[in-house]
Design a protein around this ligand. Structure first.
Ligand code: PEP
Ligand code: MN
Length: 337
C-alpha cells in the first residue's frame, strides 16, 4: 500500500502515520518529494485495510497495491487448486457436471433424477433440502427429510451430493449428509455463514451473489479460506441486469477473469443463469468454451410438476443430449468429460 500525504502535512502527521504502520507490523519506505511525502508500506504478507490510514489527519489517500484478497489470489497460489470430493476432482482436466432437481421433493423423484443424471455422465447430484424462496408461501424444501433422501440417492448411485446450507447453525446437520455445502447467491455475503463453512470439514460451492462484483465474490471466498477451509469451488450463476426475457444474465466474462484472478475452480450454473430450459444447453457449451471447470444443471424427471424452477429444469433426455453435445466442445478446449 502507498499512503500519499497531503501537500501541507506536518512532520507530526507523517510521524503518526509511520508509527501506525509500524504498529501493524509493517515497514515504512519514506519518499520525501518537493511537494509531499509518500509513505510506502512494506507488508508482513497480510492485506491491510487502507481505510484506517485514510482517516488519519494529514493523509490524502491510501492506495492498495496488492489485491484485497490474498489466499484466493493467483499470485499467492499460482497453480490451479483441484478440489477433491470422494473420488471426484473439480478443477483438473476433467470437467465435472453436477446435476439434479432444484429441490428434493420425494423419494421417487430424487432417485429417478439421480439415476438419470448418473447415466448421462454427471459426477455429482444436486438437490435442495432447505430452499431460499422469495415468498414465504412457496415450497421451502423437505428439510432434514430431504437430506436423508439425498443420502439414500448417494447410497444407490455412488454420486456425491451437493446441497444448500442457509444458516450457520445448520452447518453441522447439513455436513452430516452432504458431500459439498452450497452457499446460495442470496447468502454469498452472509459472513457468519461463510465463517461457519470455513470451519467445516466439507468442500464449499460458493455461488456468486446476484448483484456481486468479482471482488466481492473473491472476498467471500477469502472468508472461507481464512477460516481454514481450502476446498472452495466458485460458481457463476448469472447476475441481475435490465433484461427481463431471462431470469438472470450469465456473465461469461467471469469465467476467464476468475481463472486469471484466482486459483480456485470455477463452474457455471446455466439453469439459474438463464431461467429458460431452451437456453441451458447452448449456455453450457459457452461456459465450457470459456474455460469453466464444470457445470451445475437442474434436471427433473417431470419438470412440469416441479415444485420449484420447473421452467429451467431439463428433462432427463434433454440432459443426455446436452452431455453428448458438450463432448465436442470439451475436446476443442482440451478437456475431458
Ligand atoms: C439453487 O441452486 O437452487 C439456487 C437457489 O441457486 P442460487 O442461490 O444461485 O439462486
Ligand atoms: Mn433452483
Amino acid at each position: 500500500m502507498i499512503i500519499i500525504m497531503k501537500r501541507n502535512a506536518s512532520d507530526t502527521q507523517v510521524n503518526n502515520v509511520v508509527a501506525r504502520v509500524e504498529q501493524r507490523g509493517c515497514h515504512v519506505h519514506l519518499s520525501e518529494g518537493e511537494e509531499r511525502v509518500i509513505i510506502g508500506v512494506v507488508g508482513n504478507g497480510r492485506p491491510i485495510d487502507p481505510v484506517q490510514f485514510e482517516r488519519m489527519s494529514g493523509v490524502e489517500r491510501a492506495v492498495p497495491v496488492l489485491r484485497p484478497f490474498k489466499l484466493a489470489s493467483r499470485e499467492f497460489h499460482p497453480q490451479d487448486t483441484i478440489v477433491k470430493i470422494n473420488g471426484v476432482s473439480v478443477g483438473g482436466k476433467e470437467l465435472v457436471v453436477m446435476a439434479g432437481p432444484c429441490a428434493v421433493e420425494d423419494r421417487d423423484q430424487i432417485l429417478e433424477a439421480a439415476h438419470a443424471v448418473k447415466g448421462a455422465g454427471a459426477k455429482a447430484l444436486r438437490g435442495g433440502a432447505f430452499k431460499p424462496r422469495t415468498s414465504p408461501y412457496s415450497f421451502q424444501g423437505l428439510g432434514t427429510e430431504g437430506l436423508k433422501l439425498l443420502a439414500a440417492a448417494r447410497e444407490e448411485t455412488g454420486l456425491p451430493v451437493v446441497t444448500e446450507v442457509m444458516a450457520p447453525e445448520m452447518v453441522p446437520l447439513v455436513s452430516t449428509y452432504a458431500d459439498i455445502l452450497q452457499i446460495g447467491a442470496r447468502n454469498m455475503q452472509n459472513y457468519a455463514l461463510l465463517h461457519a463453512v470455513g470451519e467445516a470439514q466439507r468442500p464449499v460451492l460458493l455461488k456468486r451473489g446476484m448483484m456481486s462484483t468479482m471482488e466481492e465474490l473473491l472476498m467471500a471466498a477469502e472468508y472461507i479460506l481464512s477460516h481454514g477451509n481450502d476446498r472452495v469451488i466458485l460458481c457463476e450463476r448469472g447476475i441481475r441486469t435490465f433484461e427481463p426475457y431471462t431470469r438472470n444474465t450469465i456473465d461469461i466474462n467471469a469465467v476467464p477473469l476468475l481463472k486469471i484472478l484466482t486459483h480456485l475452480p470455477v463452474i457455471v450454473d446455466p439453469s439459474h443463469g438463464t431461467g429458460k430450459r431452451e437456453l441451458v444447453a447452448p449456455v453450457s457449451r459457452a461456459a465450457v468454451a470459456a474455460g469453466a471447470d464444470g457445470l451445475i444443471i437442474e434436471v427433473h424427471p417431470h419438470p412440469e410438476e416441479a415444485m420449484s424452477d420447473g421452467a429451467q429444469s431439463l428433462r432427463p433426455e434433454q440432459f443426455r443430449e446436452l452431455m453428448d453435445g458438450l463432448q465436442r466442445v470439451a475436446e476443442a478446449v482440451d478437456r475431458t468429460l
